[in-house]
Design a protein around this ligand. Sequence first.
Ligand code: ADP
Length: 247
Amino acid sequence: MSKMIKVSDLNFSYQNKKVVKNINFSINEGKSLAIIGPSGCGKSTLIYLLAGLLKPNQGTIKINGDIINNIRKKTGVILQNYGLFPWKTVFANVALGLKVRNYDKKKVDKIVVKALEKMGIDNLQNKYPAELSGGQNQRVAIARSLVLNPDLLLMDEPFSALDALTREEMQNLILKIHKENKLSYLIVTHNIDEAVFLGQEIAVMKDGEFIHMIDNPYFGDLKLREKEEFFELCKELRVMMSEDDLL
Ligand code: ADP
C-alpha cells in the first residue's frame, strides 16, 4: 500500500520555543491516525504544519510525494470552532469553497444539497450558525469540507465542545465517511476514548515528541465502545500516558 503522508525529522519553533521535536511517521493511503496528548504538547501546531499553514524549521512533510509548504487543495481541515461564517446561511457556508473555485450555480446547488443530505442536515440549509446546536454546526463544517472532495481530513479537537452523546454520534459519522470514501484522516484529541475509537494507529504525544505509536487492531468496529477490548486498550493508553507523567 502506498504511503500517503510521510513526515521526516519534523521540527518547529515559535520564536525560541521548540514545540515540535523530531517527529517521524507515515500513514498509508486510506488509513487513520489519532494523536493524543495533554494540552500544550504541540498537537495543533502539528496539524497546522500538515495543513501547510505553518512551515517547518527543519524536516519535511510529504503528501502523495509532494513536499508541503503551502495549503493543499485535496486536504480538508476541520477545527474545534467550526470556522463557519455567522452571516452566511448553512447552504452558503457549505457552498463557499465551490464558489471560490468558480463552479457554476447549478453544479454548486447539486453538490451542496447532496452533502447536506449525507450529513442529515438538509432541513437546516436556510438557517444561520447561531441558530444551530454545536453538533449541527460541526456537521455543517464537515459538509463544507467534503464538498471539495478531499483525500485527507485533518481534524483538530473537532468534537471536544460537544456533549458526550453528540460526540459519539459525530465519531460514528467520521468512521462512516472514512469507510465509504476511503478517506485518510488525522485527528488530534485529548480524549482517550476518541483516540481508541477513531485511530487505526494512535500516537501519544508529549512535549512536542511522539513517545509511543500503537497499532489499533480493533479499529473500524462501530460497536467497539461496548466491547471489552475497547476498555482494555483505553486502559493501556491511560497507563502509558500517566507513566510518562512520572518520568
Ligand atoms: P496543543 O494543541 O497540544 O494544546 P499547541 O500546538 O496549541 O498545543 O501549543 C504548543 C505550545 O506552543 C504551547 O506551549 C503554546 O503555548 C505554544 N504556542 C501555540 N501557538 C503559539 C504562537 N502562535 N506563538 C507562540 N507560542 C505558541
